[in-house]
Design a binder for this molecule. Structure first.
Ligand code: 5AD
Ligand code: FES
Length: 346
């Protein structure tokens, strides 16, 4: 197995069979070796810098009904909210003062924010914060809409593919949503010129090692600038309420593998990873991750953006999370830096 890790490190790729074999054959000892190699690669390109992105969850209305997601439209228990433009700009201002140079506007697929409204909002943020990167994470849109947002000043787009395999995708989503459409959006975004982030959940119901192998092969082909992965965590008001969460152990292993496959990619230690284990994000960084994405949303709405149960940081002000993260990263020998944190994977 160790030979497969060496091969991955030296050639940055594996065959489908090798991926499956390596993922299936993982052991704690092998994971230790993987993380050491992943850290070496990370240090070669990014040193001990940790990039931060300020996440602004600006609407929890969503037209979609993904079976795993707490803000799916069928969940009538959610208190729905929208931030208006002034509130969003205020989040950016607070963030800027705290040293954020990337804002991620994330939301459900909410028709209230028409393409025109988004273009206006992006333009305003672009004018006020010319030295910042603007990242969108608002789901599946038409090619034309993506192009308009890009022309208005958006630089980056996050859209996880969730799972590459069409059959598995079909078990996690209602029939209106397809793996093919999701992947097409990612190719569209790349073509337009966005720095693209994609990714998947680890440990969703029915996920197999073969599915994860497919995810790795897709990532290799797409070659995105960022890959966000985190454990699936059940939400009590969804069809997946009774399923087990994904494990920290497998999530970390996948992080290490992604670092070796795409050496220069941006790799967040996600909030979901920090939710299943109090030291999850630290462990993620030590497995090869180099980004954290704390929340800039007003605390008054934080709890309402619950994609899964027990999400961390829902009571903490932006400044508290910023300090907390700086301390946490410092405690393991890493340093949060003030810059746009552009990907070296181009
Ligand atoms: N557990 C973990 N991650 C989730 N996401 C959505 N619901 C859950 C859940 N229950 C992830 C999806 C989505 C991202 C914004 O959050 O991967 O793309
Ligand atoms: Fe939010 Fe620690 S990062 S409180």
């Amino acid at each position: 197995m160790k030979e497969l890790i060496d091969k991955l490190r030296d050639t940055n790729e594996l065959s489908r069979g090798e991926w499956e074999c390596l993922i299936r054959g993982r052991t704690p000892k092998l994971a230790e070796y993987l993380f050491e190699e992943a850290r070496k690669v990370r240090h070669a390109h990014y040193g001990t810098d940790v990039y931060v992105r300020g996440l602004i969850e600006f609407t929890n209305y969503c037209r979609n009904d993904c079976f795993y997601c707490g803000i799916r439209k069928s969940n009538l228990e959610v208190r729905r909210y929208r931030l208006d433009k002034q509130e969003i700009l205020l989040c950016c201002e607070t963030g800027y003062e705290l040293g954020f140079r990337t804002f991620v506007l994330q939301g459900g697929e909410d028709g209230f924010y028409s393409d025109d409204k988004m273009v206006e909002m992006i333009g305003d943020i672009r004018d006020k914060f010319p030295d910042c990167a603007i990242t969108l994470s608002i789901g599946e849109k038409s090619y034309e809409a993506y192009q308009r947002f890009y022309d208005a000043g958006a630089d980056r787009y996050l859209l996880r593919h969730e799972t590459y395999d069409a059959e598995h995708y079909g078990k996690l989503h209602p029939p209106e949503l397809t793996a093919a459409r999701r992947q097409q959006c990612l190719w569209d975004l790349k073509k337009i010129g966005y720095q693209v982030g994609t990714g998947f959940m680890v440990g969703t119901p029915w996920q197999t090692e073969a599915n994860l192998a497919s995810d790795m092969l897709f990532l290799k082909e797409l070659n995105p600038q960022m890959v966000g992965i985190g454990p699936f965590i059940p939400h009590h008001e969804t069809p997946f309420a009774a399923y087990d969460a994904g494990s920290k152990e497998l999530t970390l292993f996948m992080l290490g593998l992604i670092r070796l496959m795409l050496p220069k990619v941006l790799l967040p230690a996600t909030t979901a990873l920090g939710t299943i284990d109090t030291q999850g994000r630290e462990a993620g960084i030590l497995a090869g991750a180099n980004v954290v994405m704390p929340n800039l949303s007003p605390t008054s709405v934080r709890k309402d953006y619950s994609l899964y149960d027990n999400k961390i940081c829902t009571g903490d002000e932006a400044a508290e999370c910023r300090m907390c993260l700086a301390n946490r990263m410092h405690s393991i020998g890493y340093e949060v830096v003030v810059n746009r944190g552009d990907s070296l994977n181009n």
